[in-house]
Design a protein around this ligand. Sequence first.
Ligand code: FES
Length: 366
Amino acid sequence: MTLTTKLLGSKAVAALTAPHGVDRYLEMFNPMWAATEVRARVVDIHRENPGAEGSAPVATLTLQPTSTWRGHRAGQYVQVGVELPGSARRLTRCFSISSAASLPGERFTLTIRANDEGQVSTFLVNSAQVGQMLHLSQADGKFTIHESAATPTNNHLVMISGGSGITPVMAQIRTLLRDGYDGRANRKVTFIHYARSEADQIFADELAEIAAGDNHVDVHLRYGDATFSEFELRRLVPDFKNTDTWACGPGGLIELVRDAFGEENPRLRVEFFKPPTVSTGSATGAVSFVKAGATAENTGATLLEQAEALGLTPEFGCRMGICFSCVKTKTDGTVRNVLTGEESSLPDEEIRICVSSPVGDCSVDL
Ligand code: FES
């Protein structure tokens, strides 16, 4: 950190520039100047699946962050905030970083699918231009290879992904290859990916190169109706239950992978690219949002979705249970975590409403 950066981030400067803060003034002079906030300029946009009929478009955005960016580890995500045209509100969503681990201030990439229901993803993929400024958080998330490439826990790693869940996995594979993993004896990565079609395959050219290379990375691409099967995984990796594995994809895929590994297997790390959105439990009783004075029949959807259905606008970020932007206090009732199935009835409990669905009557301080 330079002396100037330290000075700009000091309490004294913050007091002098209150109530707006030093970053508001710096931003007016140059959007790439920041003392504590992180912003980034889009410097390149690459379309990943231009020929894929019937699939949502995917784009890779290369970002030049401000010097306040602390870098990221492969597998982490970042919150991206944008002010959409015509909207007074900044919307924030989480996106996985698709490039290899970065150092402070270094460029990195986000690979984003324009999700039908996603205003931010649709804007970034379809309307963002080179030069566009984005607001960012620091990188976060635990879906990482904790060890360095030189010291993985064993010699064989397994990566499993589905659809856009390939992005954090790709960041890991890119990091391993960049950092010399392939040059070490007995190392091996088995990578299995499920995509809708060959035309919809993100990173297709690079994956073909990796598959053809002499690099100890075995690439297995599955298209169409192919779904994960324990039988296939066992055929590729007989001792998979004792092999460090990272899996990222939609809820259905992750459930199948979890079933194969068994409950609480510490070798398996998962990240939901898209969590289940509806509770599998019985939807009975009423849901009350206390501050808003609104009550409705419990539909079984997440509390965030039920609040939005009533016209409320609670704060949220990722909608996947990872960023904690949506935490509220449940004042009464039982909720089920839609990712894990765990139920909790503790009074005055802080919950993430994006992944909590009520089981029977439930009140939330919202
Ligand atoms: S919106 Fe990110 S945890 Fe709920």
